[in-house]
Design a protein around this ligand. Structure first.
Ligand SMILES: Nc1ncnc2c1ncn2[C@@H]1O[C@H](COP(=O)(O)OP(=O)(O)OP(=O)(O)O)[C@@H](O)[C@H]1O
Ligand SMILES: Nc1ncnc2c1ncn2[C@@H]1O[C@H](COP(=O)(O)OP(=O)(O)OP(=O)(O)O)[C@@H](O)[C@H]1O
Ligand SMILES: [Mg+2]
Ligand SMILES: [Mg+2]
Lengths: 227, 227
């Protein structure tokens, strides 16, 4: 269960003036374990900011986030890093692959942090599943945009995390590759009971979620369960 | 008129082995001045590679590209840089904004290279047109994904280039902002007679083009004029 209460994020105004930008405005949300949620909304509405706070990558201005019994908003950086390593898979809007590691090595990073055996076979199989057979030894600079995106997806999925946070996971993919990713993510949700939070502009992806939350100007303006 | 003949791009295999990756395989295409063309195809099919060669950013393995009477594939780097500055607007798949310049300053760069007067008013008006009023003074790190994308679009459009090359220009945008961008780009095509080449996975955007070229494994597999 993810419990978000009165969550607010104010950035100092870009130009250095005193007024702030309220990227999130007193958000209240409860997401039951194992739910698949799509978060949609206009560009700039606060989606990536919300995901970053849930992952503990940023510090909220006020409010709280509790994941199961852990108060994310009260943890220090080391504990947050450990929590993420053990429980969260993250797909960033712009991937954040390590440029000095190959596709395979990038996917292996979370498994090595968790010291899993047979890591290489697991990573190769997952790269094949996302259609990257033949690209394992490429560095990010030798991959297309959608190939980099798929490496980022494989890296987040490989530990079968209890909570997967995905920011625009199909943004650089054609319909067919996008569907492969949808199947992979939904598969995690059903077989692993992973909680999935998918930020997306892709209405096909959103249509597969159990619930669609719409943001606008940092607020929740709609919250619909699929019937 | 863009005339592409027998264009081939082979990358050395990612892993350093001797076999190469044929990202483009003997492409022949003619694009009349003022046409609006969508280039579609699966992830990894060669779209960004093709755009990079047309822009003279990379060197083809073989074949030729002629834009009006200029043989792009025979030019040196300085001449290519000047040609791009004077005639081409480029929207990269991952934007390539300068991190140390604000949104407004990023948009101004092409105008300053061309020494235009009233540059600041033109840039501000264009940022407003893409919905970025209030974000002019933000640095790229202070912008959302779709906001950065729109800065990149404004930067490419500001010189009203004779040839605009756009790689996934709506990839990080919701429907409404995406439509604003479609209107802007089509407006350039109609009023400026700019030739537009739009690489995209967005079928809505592609549907507005005069012609849709489909790539697969580095080859043109379909080339359809809209009726
Ligand atoms: N460091 C920052 N300083 C100032 N403003 C910021 C900063 N980071 C983000 N913002 C602003 O906060 C708002 C929300 O940003 P966020 O990245 O969450 O949007 P988003 O919904 O993910 O948008 P997109 O769909 O374009 O990716 C944006 O309007 C952005 O300009
Ligand atoms: N420097 C490189 N070395 C080796 N292979 C490369 C290199 N750059 C690109 N490739 C390969 O060339 C192919 C075409 O890449 P390109 O970026 O043109 O694809 P794309 O159609 O733009 O894909 P996407 O829709 O994912 O952006 C890809 O399979 C990619 O792995
Ligand atoms: Mg975002
Ligand atoms: Mg590409």
């Amino acid at each position: 269960m993810i419990k978000i209460s009165n969550l607010t994020m104010v950035f100092k105004q870009g130009g250095g003036s005193d007024s702030g930008i309220t990227a999130l405005d007193r958000i209240d949300l409860e997401i039951p374990t194992g739910q698949c949620v799509a978060i949609v909304g206009p560009s700039g509405s606060g989606k990536s900011t919300l995901l970053g706070l849930i992952a503990g990558l940023d510090q909220a201005t006020s409010g709280s986030i509790i994941i199961d019994d852990t108060i994310i908003t009260k943890m220090n950086e080391d504990d947050l890093a450990r929590f993420r390593r053990d429980r969260i898979g993250l797909i960033f809007q712009f991937f954040h692959l390590l440029p000095t590691l190959t596709a395979l090595e990038n996917v292996l990073v979370p498994l090595e942090l968790k010291r899993e055996r047979n890591a290489t076979e697991t990573a190769s199989a997952l790269l094949k599943e996302v259609g990257l057979l033949g690209r394992e030894d490429h560095y990010p600079s030798q991959l297309s945009g959608g190939e980099m995106q798929r490496v980022a997806i494989a890296r987040a999925a490989i530990t079968r995390p209890a909570l997967l946070l995905a920011d625009e996971p199909t943004g650089n993919l054609d319909t067919e590759n996008g569907q492969r990713i949808i199947d992979l993510l939904l598969g995690l949700n059903r077989s692993q009971k992973s909680t999935l939070i998918l930020v997306t502009h892709d209405l096909t992806l959103a249509s597969h979620a159990d619930r669609i939350i719409s943001l606008k100007d940092g607020k929740v303006v709609k919250d619909e369960m699929k019937l």
